[in-house]
Design a protein. Sequence first.
Length: 95
Amino acid sequence: MQIDDVRGNARALLSGETTPSGGSSFAKALTEMVQNVNSDQVVASDQIRALALDGEGSIHEAMVAISRAEGSFRLMMEVRNRIVQGVNELLRTAG
């Protein structure tokens, strides 16, 4: 998955564009986001391993994969932080 796709999913989640009917689309979007971030991490790891152990690939491609994985992970963590912040706010106002 491209970082732009992750950003689009994050924007949709944070802006409330997902349909709230039953919450399944929100859970599905979060699950897809985590799976895509994991996929980016695996690709980066595989490219690093191939470069370090087998001498295959290029440093440039490995660095691009690492950068993509890092950006995806940071964005996922920001979404997580916003969710936690929202839940804490709900608990504060409800209690």
